[in-house]
Design a protein around this ligand. Sequence first.
Ligand code: DCT
Ligand code: MG
Length: 497
Amino acid sequence: MLHAAAVPGVRKRSRPAEAVVPGREGVKFEDVRMYLVERKMGHSRRSFLTQLARSKGFIVEDVLSDEVTHVVSEDIQAPSVWQWLKQCTPKILRNVHMLDISWFTDSMREGRPVDVETRHRIQETLPEVSTPPPVASISPYACQRRTTTENNNRIFTDALEVLAESYELKQLEGPCLAFRRAASVLKSLPWTLQSLQATEDLPCLGKHSKAVIEDILQYGRSMEAEKVLSDERYQTLKLFTSVFGVGPKTAEKWYRRGLRSLGDILADPGIHLNRMQQSGFLYYGDISRAVSKAEARALRNIIDEAVHAIAPDAVLALTGGFRRGKEFGHDVDFIITTPEQQKQETLLPNIIDALTNNGIMLYCEYQASTFDMARLPNHSYDAMDHFAKCFLILRLDDSQVEGGLHVAQGDSRGWRAVRMDLVSPPMDRYAFALLGWSGSRQFGRDLRRFARMERRMLLDNHALYDKTKKEFLAATTEKDIFAHLGLEYIEPWQRNA
Ligand code: DCT
Ligand code: MG
């Protein structure tokens, strides 16, 4: 039983004479037990209505208990009533009718409890995804939001990401990040934006992002994003950077040279392609095609076998987009390490040898470790870490993939080329590397920004450094790192920011 004093809005006072529960002799309707919510109704009106109902033979309970069958409220803010009721007494919710005052007045008029109709009910709207939750709870940091692969605002985020990309290709970091942050906030919403008003209190939405959203709300499309998409320079830079080994700087150089197609590049004798770019062109068709989850699993089996033949106690973990639950990715990312320190250094070269001997290695760029704990902490975060790693293109056969390869219809080669990255940190750096490589990029960016701005700590793929205590914080799992940062743990599949 729950006493009135414990119910918000029901103040504890000496029991007034009129509220004393009368004897049950005048009761006409045993099956209906009413409770009137004092909130919004006020104390004196509640007393008056209680007396009125009792005089007509109704049972009106003074306290909310699981015997109550009909809760009557004049609070028109349905979600808050439900929330309040749930807080008070979650147990009774199953059977109780949550009603507005119209049921009460109808019943008084009829002199009996009228049947509950839909119009009498206060609809429980609070947990429904269609109702924006209190926006104050949405953090400006992606690492304090849970973002699954389900995006309820794709129409907006696609447009914002086109603009982000166009600034990235122009190498203008500020506006690029602003659009990425805006898109990231919308990706985390469990509801779909329906009005500009709903954006009012969302973090990270600047004037420009709001203008894009407004266009989409009004016309169903963003004219600005469409303009970018049809821009020749944008299209060409996108095409050039879609080649493995070609970044915005090289793409820009080629564009300025007047080159407009992949054929133009190959035909230009003045263009020197490095080894990575040569492979990028050679396998362009395959590696510009998404890798499926089944293909990622097949690669895992291949790597697993190779690794465990070399180091039985090695740890192999899938990272990147597939760890976050994505169905497709542009590559497959793995972390490999071993507790045996002397094996650590030769682990990747040995795996590379095994894959080469298998005849499936189509391209390999190996970078030996330049990691040195003595050079930490890193004050400027550069995109790549110092661990040993390799960027590979592997041949994957149809027979190795459950359900077959993800190739174009009519492709009868029976194999395809796929991109794979392997990174190999020392065991004591494993948790940091796993967190960084699991992404998403935006999630990682905001973890580092949060650490720096909110905690005076420096985080990167190698370590977490506390600037106040002037010490490194140890971690063996990702949970340790979240805990050091005072953050709630976010599962990998909730990091699709
Ligand atoms: N990463 C990073 N900074 C970079 C590149 C990568 O922090 N400059 C991290 C974030 C994701 C992870 O490494 C793997 O990188 P990608 O494979 O590029 O990203 P992904 O999320 O796996 O996306 P995709 O599914 O397209 O491979
Ligand atoms: Mg990836």
